[in-house]
Design a protein around this ligand. Structure first.
Ligand code: SF4
Length: 384
């Protein structure tokens, strides 16, 4: 949190709609500084928030919590300018000010910056939801409890079905989680096999497709063709929210691929995750990397992932394509042995690992939707 010179907000315009309107007439957008009391009636500000650069909220007394509420409300309403806390403040306020979205403090005369810095660093646990989206302690405990339950269930199901056929595994999973199970598919080069098996058990099983807005056009065409071919009746296309704001230049895949995958894959899936207790995936051990020890049933956070093809080989996949004359992904012919988003996918040779063309040249090998730590964190954040 930025530390202003003591009394820095004193000359700022006190809040009045007329004053704000007059200032907006004269001053370039986002240079307006408004000073509002913590108990001010601020509804009239909402339509103007995008044009105000800085707001100082004046706390009337150190036991008066209304300034925190106002700060959080301003952030929730979309105020993106600088939010300054001013007035009767003490260092103990620092962590809560930060959590409620304040960027800076206009300290009372005589305040010690050292005391404020120490206070800001002294709390690591969050007990109340706030504008910073930090996961509360309660949500962390609940997420840990649900994860432990899912791990126990996954172990039981593994013991029972680890050597069963893919169809038996899918059938058992659909029966175990009626109405609460879906298939997750990227409609990649091997997707037809898993989807064919699911369609053979229950064609109405929801199929979730994460539309990152970065897929190859042939993937989208293949998705529709394969869905129709297999008679799958419930394709659900999940799109990222706020992608234009979070990735305004559209190049997050280049500057921060983990953030890009979080935005375009992890978050959209987490959004619908509460609707499902289990997801069927098409991952296999022969894909290598973190998939080498892939179990048939696994707990990813509080959710069960069902991997009926975990122990299938590349040859078994090929044989299934042949046996059922399944349509191929059009890019297979171009040397794409595994297909994801176009910026992060390249062809690979037969000598390489099948996923060698994904995020080539980077340490990254997974997008995060199957990673327990990232998934659990996202779930807990949403439950907060
Ligand atoms: Fe973004 Fe690449 Fe991840 Fe797709 S695979 S979401 S483009 S980083």
């Amino acid at each position: 949190m930025r530390w202003l010179d003591p009394g820095a907000t004193a000359p700022w315009a006190a809040f009045s709609i007329e004053g704000v309107e007059a200032a907006l007439e004269e001053t370039p957008r986002r240079e307006i500084r408004v000073r509002v009391a913590a108990d001010a009636e601020v509804e009239a500000l909402w339509p103007r928030l995008g044009r105000i650069g800085r707001i100082a909220v004046v706390f009337a007394g150190f036991r008066d919590g209304r300034g925190f509420s106002l700060g959080q409300m301003l952030r929730e309403r979309g105020f993106a300018g600088e939010l300054v806390a001013s007035g009767e403040l003490i260092p103990d306020h620092a962590p809560m000010l930060a959590r409620c979205g304040f960027d800076a403090v206009d300290p009372p005369l005589g305040a010690s910056q050292q005391d404020w810095t120490r206070a800001l660093e002294s709390f690591s646990a969050a007990y109340q939801p706030a504008a910073d989206g930090a996961v509360t302690v309660w949500a962390q405990r609940e997420a840990a409890r649900k994860t432990a339950e899912a791990q126990k269930l996954a172990a039981e199901l593994n013991a029972k079905y680890r050597d069963a056929s893919a169809k038996e595994i899918v059938r058992a999973a659909v029966a175990r989680f009626p109405g609460r199970i879906a298939v997750l598919s990227s409609f990649g080069t091997e997707a037809a096999v898993g989807l064919h098996i699911v369609a053979g058990v229950d064609r109405d099983t929801p199929v979730l497709f994460l539309d990152t807005d970065r897929h190859f056009v042939p993937t989208l065409e293949y998705r529709d063709r394969l869905t129709q071919h297999l008679g799958l009746s419930d394709l659900r296309v999940l799109e990222p929210k706020n992608a234009a704001e979070a990735d305004p230049r559209g190049d997050l895949w280049r500057t921060d691929p983990d953030a890009c995958c979080s935005l375009r894959k992890v978050a959209p899936l987490a959004e619908v995750a509460p609707q499902f207790d289990a997801l069927i995936t098409g991952r296999k051990r022969f894909h290598g990397g973190s998939r080498l020890r892939l179990p048939v049933f696994e707990a990813v956070g509080a959710q069960i992932r069902v991997n009926p093809l975990a122990n299938w080989s590349a040859e078994a996949i090929e044989a299934h394509f042949e046996a059922y004359d399944l349509p191929r992904h059009p890019l297979t012919q171009g040397g794409y042995r595994s297909v994801g988003c176009w910026p992060c996918t390249q062809p690979s040779s037969d000598e390489e690992n099948i996923r060698a063309g994904r995020w080539k040249g980077l340490e990254k090998s997974e997008c995060g939707i199957h990673m327990p730590s990232r998934w659990a964190a996202e779930q807990a954040r949403r439950a907060s």
